[in-house]
Ligand binder design. Structure first.
Ligand code: ADP
Ligand code: ZN
Length: 606
């Protein structure tokens, strides 16, 4: 289909389709329904934007967030595409002007908030459009919003079948980056997409490097990570509580980083202000609760860091997935420790959810803890969780770069578990370790724990080795935290076979801090990707020009050019407009608008 490839090259400035894009685009252009399951950064937008341009009439894109619509429309306008949005943020006049442009066929792609679609005046407008201009397609973006169990549930999404009932001949394409099976099933049934062809891409994110660090002064570890790999980058740091968000943002600011807080307790204005700065400026770090992220379309988020555990693998995948949408190297970094295991288990226990729901959440948390403690390839574990195969050995995760040893820990586990038992199943790991290594603390004297049989039997191991043992035993469910006893550890049923010597147990050997640092240093791919760019005067000049143009139009810099495009300009140094037009990401409209400005920058630097 030359139409589609022609639009891809001329309008979007890309050479070729990625993965399943071409099949999807051709399917929709031919007037068929499609369900597209593709990871974040996979290139979903083109799957409906190209058919929207190739087919006659107006394309309607249902999108759940105002900020997202605005971004997409701005990006399309930069490409010379006639796009607009309708949502509650518009004035009455703007609304009327867009409506009249829609009716006269002056607009090709219209983004609409879901609540708008079911309003009868809007449906009547669609009737008229259908008669006079035609309807090219309906695209339902972020289709998982239809799922009641996801955290992005939007009740209005459940009424979207109205489109199909009223305009059965108009093709529909629903898209989501949600990887779990139950949500997919719900999308199909709720949107009546049983007959749509499914296009399922791999959910692997090869450009993301996963890294789980064992907590040992998490703030300092975070700081080292930022200094080593992300001196000038935009990123997101997730924390569990609002308080920790604010404290972390303030601390980073004090250390000279541009960090902003974001959580649901801040005023709407401040949240919007901070989000805007994150999108429009470069190198801003957002410290946030999970209230932040949905619909954040910023392509060059270079890292996502977790200072606290996410709730599930789904959460982890989705949150880390916000890094590296542009396909360039990005990091997903997490600091994790004994305290996280205890506090997550307590949180689940004390919540007021139904027993069934709690059981489900415990299963989900266990899967996540298993992932944290795993010694295998992270890409492989994540994909396996979502039912996809991966050969492992990715070379792009902590465990592949720096293989983890395991050791036969049956005897140590017996000592650790029996110490819990001998001291009455109500003390935390700190005290238990003191008993094992035979430290005569006031608390030990007070409880006469120097008289128990496990006192001093673990002298051969260091405190941090015992810490690692307790963390892993708790993560694996042999021990559980007792809320009534302030997080004291208790044995569970599964501990019995170990104590009786009926079961072997292998544990991971945590890397020492020195080993972690030197290996991480060696493996910084980000430095390779942006090799030397950060201090190259031409790179700085290109970025400055991009920022200047973005400010003039009040759009984010990546709407002018993505980093990948800017890097290619830096490497190729095109000398004329023809050469500039060959750069990936520069289509006709952008070449006309910005080609000369960037040629000048190159000429001045040369
Ligand atoms: P998603 O919505 O799936 O997260 P996007 O549609 O935002 O992903 O695309 C992610 C990035 O990949 C964008 O920067 C987009 O311009 C780029 N992209 C998409 N398709 C192609 C392609 N065929 N060639 C080059 N870049 C592409
Ligand atoms: Zn790996």
């Amino acid at each position: 289909m030359s139409d589609a490839i022609d639009i891809l090259q001329t309008t979007f400035g890309y050479d070729s389709f990625r993965d399943k894009q071409q099949a999807i685009v051709e399917h929709v252009i031919a007037g068929q329904d499609a369900l597209v399951l593709m990871p974040t950064g996979g290139g979903k937008s083109l799957c409906y934007q190209i058919p929207a341009l190739a087919r006659d009439g107006l394309a309607i894109i249902v999108s759940p967030l105002i900020a997202l619509m605005q971004d997409q429309v701005e990006a399309l306008q930069q490409l010379g595409v006639k796009a607009a949005f309708l949502n509650s943020s518009l004035s009455v006049e703007d609304n009327a002007s867009i409506t009249s442009k829609v009716l006269s066929g002056e607009i090709k792609i219209l983004y609409v908030a879901p609540e708008r679609l079911t309003v009868s005046s809007f449906l009547n407008l669609l009737d008229e459009v259908n008669t006079h201009v035609g309807l090219a397609l309906f695209a339902i973006d972020e289709a998982h919003c239809v799922s009641q169990w996801g955290h992005d549930f939007r009740p209005e999404y459940r009424q979207l079948t109205i489109l199909h009932d009223r305009f059965p001949k108009v093709p529909r394409i629903a898209l989501t980056a949600t990887a779990d099976g139950p949500t997919r099933a719900e999308i199909i049934s709720q949107l009546a997409l049983e007959n749509a062809q499914q296009f399922i891409s791999s959910f692997d994110r090869p450009n993301i490097r996963y890294h789980v660090t064992i907590k040992d002064n998490a703030r300092q570890q975070l700081l080292h990570f930022l200094e080593r790999e992300h001196a000038n980058d935009a990123g997101i740091i997730y924390c569990l509580s609002r308080k920790k968000v604010e404290a972390t943002a303030a601390w980073l600011t004090e250390k000279g980083w541009q960090a902003l807080p974001y959580h649901a307790g801040l005023s709407a204005q401040l949240r919007e202000h901070n989000q805007r700065r994150f999108l429009r400026e470069e190198g801003i770090i957002m410290v946030a609760t999970i209230a932040f992220g949905m619909g954040i379309d910023k392509p060059n988020v270079r890292f996502v860091a977790h200072l606290d555990l996410p709730k599930s693998m789904e959460g982890y995948y989705q949150e880390t997935g916000r890094a590296g949408r542009d396909g360039l190297p990005a990091n997903a970094w997490m600091a994790y420790g004994m305290g996280d295991v205890v506090s997550m288990r307590q949180m689940l226990d004390s919540g007021d959810a139904s027993e069934e729901r709690k059981r489900l959440e415990v299963i989900k948390l266990n899967a996540l803890l298993g992932f944290c403690e795993s010694t295998g390839c992270r890409h492989q574990s994540i994909l396996r969780y979502f039912g996809e195969e991966h050969p492992g050995n990715c070379g792009q995760c902590d465990n592949c770069i720096n293989p983890v040893d395991t050791w036969l820990a049956t005897q140590a586990a017996q000592m650790a578990l029996s110490c819990v038992y001998r001291t009455g199943q109500r003390f935390g790991a700190g005290h238990l370790i003191d008993v094992l290594i035979g430290k005569l603390t006031p608390q030990i004297e007070r409880f006469n724990h120097d008289k128990v049989s496990t006192f001093g039997i673990g002298k051969d191991f260091s405190q941090s080795q015992w810490n690692s043992v307790y963390r892993q035993l708790t993560a694996a469910g042999y021990l559980e935290a007792d809320i009534a006893a302030y997080g004291g550890l208790k044995l569970t049923e599964t501990a019995r076979p170990i104590l009786k010597g009926e079961q072997e147990i292998w544990l991971r050997r945590d890397a020492t801090p020195e080993k972690r640092a030197s290996k991480a240093e060696r493996s910084s791919r980000l430095k390779e990707a942006f090799e030397g760019a950060n201090d190259d005067p031409l790179w700085l000049a290109l970025k400055a020009k991009r920022m200047e143009l973005a400010k003039e139009q009040s759009v984010p810099p990546y709407v002018i050019f993505h980093d990948a495009t800017l890097i290619e300009i830096l490497n190729q140094k095109p000398q004329d407009l023809t050469a500039m037009g060959q750069i990936s990401g520069i289509g006709q409209a952008k070449l006309e608008r910005y080609g000369l400005a960037f040629l000048e920058v190159i000429a001045e630097a040369g």
